[in-house]
Write a new protein. Structure first.
Lengths: 408, 263
């Protein structure tokens, strides 16, 4: 039984090509069901970075042809961007994908959920079920044993992570948003997702401020009220298009006595900057502008790449385990037949013997033990041979020697 | 037996101290080795203290060196409360090297052996020495938390790009924990001093330099708590004040006890 993978990803296919081959979950499930047919196995993994078809079939060539045809039916121009992998290479690829090692941002965590959804929606049998379960296991293991997913990979999440470095848990922390444009919205959402509360949105145009404030259950205030709200805010997020300082060092300094030693974290995403850099020199004030945040992200991405080396070793070991399991499938039927034949002979001979109950029990026990001991070593050796790729030869030899051909 | 227990404890603390430096460079396995070193070292030292208690006919930690041994045990115990949490592992960088040095000093002064002589009643020693040592251990932990606060604050102020790669506890958490630790340690010191003063009144004796430094330490930490709650002294200023108090703890612990214990 072969595992076949045919797909496209961000490595070879630009976004305009990927979006034409992207499938939502119900369509991916339909495609998998069609490719699998009544007895086969197929899973379609479709994300913004990739569309991949995994098939398990007796004939690798045939499965590959069907998968290619299915993808080309989605978009005829996919041809040059398609990649094809088989068995161990396909498994290693899926494990790397699940671990986030094949993602644009190494270690991103969303892919693990997408692999799980694809597995759930797929038409799986023993092979692909095992493959995807092991991929999910590899993905979780990488996240547990390395720090690949711990650091933020975007300016927005870096800003929120830095706020956590000041306040710890952001639950109940109050955010003052200055500027109601799109620039700061991602950072805003990142802060909210970590428990922060958007208290005030200040903007030159109060209508736009009210619109954003309504989304987050905050109060819209005019820019002139910033001074007053500074006394209460824990985080200030600014992203206006103003050409002069929106907040000066003196304004913040005036607010400090009323804050009674509470720290103030300020995020300036605007270019030109909104917040006077001198604010950072004030006691308890931490100001990060876009360059500072981008430097942090660059460093964390470098850290992720370093962690990726350790993660690669983990997924390679998992891929080895899958290969061994897959290889053992070649010999399992032969082992089962051999044991069944031996058991059949043992039972028949015992039936023929004239024994009382206690003698029969003793004979049962002894013959079973002899059988198990006799078959133990050949079983182990066949599994070892399977792992070393000689499994089929050994299985055929066993079938021939013990006359098991009919049970194939 | 005490001798046999000393070396494994010292080696375990030493291993932990080295591993913490490794963990600071590359977080992960070294951190786990470090925390196990601390746990094993502390358990072995607990056994050592138990042996000392069993072999002594009174309070066994009444000398300068033996009390240093107990002090190290208390500091490591206080550290273990927080140090097991990954974010607080970095505290080990300050606590464990200190523990190793003080533990070795305790041995050099004969504080890890058995059979010490007592000069005072057991109750007095347990209350006075025990409470003061508990307080000093608390102040040591608070000083470590404050040092970590200042280090973390400096990284934020310098916009260090690696700040999220090697994460320390949040500033607010460090500040709050240092404050809480002092809030627990200060009453212990107050009681310990009160017991000492009562004994001084009953049995007479001079007011020595150690007593003066201890009372000064109490005043510094008392004002640190007062300023925190009444004037909102938090963050960097509070951390500096806690570290200033710790300098007095070091003086009291290392330099002056020689005169106090022999008086």
């Amino acid at each position: 039984m072969s595992v076949v993978l045919v797909g496209i990803s961000h490595h070879q296919a630009p976004v305009d090509l990927r979006e034409r081959a992207a499938l939502d979950l119900p369509r991916a499930a339909d495609l998998a069901a069609r490719l699998a047919g009544p007895d086969g196995e197929a899973v379609c993994l479709s994300t913004c970075n990739r569309t991949e078809l995994y098939l398990a079939d007796e004939s690798g060539e045939d499965a590959e042809r069907r998968a290619e045809a299915a993808l080309l039916a989605l978009e005829t121009e996919l041809g040059p961007a398609l990649y094809r992998l088989r068995d161990e290479a396909a498994a290693l690829h899926l494990f790397r994908v699940a671990a986030g090692l094949d993602s644009m941002v190494p270690g991103e965590g969303e892919i693990l959920g997408q692999v799980r959804s694809a597995h759930d929606a797929g038409a799986t049998g023993p092979i692909l079920d095992r493959l995807f379960r092991q991929a999910l296991h590899a993905g979780k293991k990488v996240r547990a044993q390395t720090a690949i997913g711990e650091s933020p990979a975007s300016v927005a999440s870096a800003a929120a992570a830095l706020a956590e470095q000041v306040f710890g848990d952001l639950s109940g922390r109050s955010v003052l948003v200055v500027g109601a444009g799109k620039v700061g919205e991602l950072a805003l959402r990142s802060l909210v997702s970590r428990g922060a509360t958007i208290s005030f949105v200040a903007n030159r145009t109060l209508d736009r401020a009210a619109e954003l404030a309504e989304q987050f259950g905050a109060e819209a205030v005019p820019l002139g009220r910033i001074d007053r709200e500074l006394e209460r805010a824990d985080v200030v997020l600014s992203s206006t298009s103003a050409s002069e300082w929106i907040l000066t060092r003196d304004q913040v300094a005036r607010a400090l006595p009323a804050r009674k030693g509470r720290s103030l974290f300020l995020i300036d995403l605007a270019v030109p900057r909104d917040l006077e850099p001198g604010i950072h020199d004030l006691d308890g004030c931490y100001l990060y502008d876009i360059d500072d945040l981008e430097a942090v992200v660059a460093e964390t991405l470098a850290g992720r790449r370093r962690e990726a080396e350790q993660a690669e070793a983990i997924v390679a070991a998992e891929a080895d385990r899958f290969r061994e399991w897959q290889a053992s499938l070649d010999v399992v039927p032969a082992i089962a037949s051999l044991r069944a034949r031996a058991e059949e002979i043992r039972a028949a001979e015992l039936r023929r013997a004239k024994l009382n109950d206690s003698e029969r029990r003793a004979a049962e026990s002894v013959t079973t033990a002899v059988l198990n001991k006799l078959l133990h070593l050949p079983t182990v050796r066949m599994k070892e041979a399977a792992a070393a790729a000689d499994g089929v030869l050994y299985a055929d030899a066993v079938r021939h020697l013990f006359g098991l051909e009919d049970e194939r | 037996l005490a001798e046999l227990l000393f070396w494994p404890a010292l080696i375990a603390y030493g291993e932990a101290a080295v591993a913490y430096f490794g963990d600071a460079r590359r977080p992960g396995q070294a951190g786990r080795l470090a925390i196990w070193g601390v746990r094993i070292g502390w358990l072995v030292q607990t056994a050592l203290l138990a042996v000392q208690a069993a072999r002594s006919d009174g309070f066994p930690w009444s000398t300068w060196a033996t009390s240093l041994n107990l002090f190290v045990w208390l500091v490591v115990a206080a550290y273990l409360i927080w140090g097991c949490k990954p974010r607080f592992r970095l505290l080990g960088l300050a606590v464990l090297p200190l523990a190793v040095v003080l533990f070795a000093l305790a041995r050099a002064g004969g504080g890890t052996g058995v059979g010490s002589h007592r000069h005072y009643s057991n109750l007095f020693l347990v209350l006075h020495v025990g409470l003061v040592l508990v307080a000093f251990a608390g102040f040591t932990l608070a000083a470590s938390l404050s040092a970590l606060y200042l280090w973390q604050e400096r990284r934020l102020k310098r916009h260090e790009a690696s700040i999220l790669r090697m994460r320390a506890p949040a500033l607010a958490r460090l500040d709050e924990l240092a404050g809480r630790t002092i809030a627990v340690a200060l009453p212990a010191l107050t009681l310990g001093i009160a017991v000492g003063i009562l004994r001084l009144r009953d049995q007479g004796g001079g007011f020595d330099a150690l007593m003066a430094v201890t009372v000064l330490t109490w005043a510094v930490y008392g004002s640190s708590l007062g300023l925190r709650h009444l004037a909102g002294w938090r963050g960097r200023r509070a951390a500096y004040l806690i570290l200033a108090g710790f300098v007095l703890v070091v003086v009291a612990r290392l330099a002056l006890p020689v005169t106090h214990f022999t008086s």
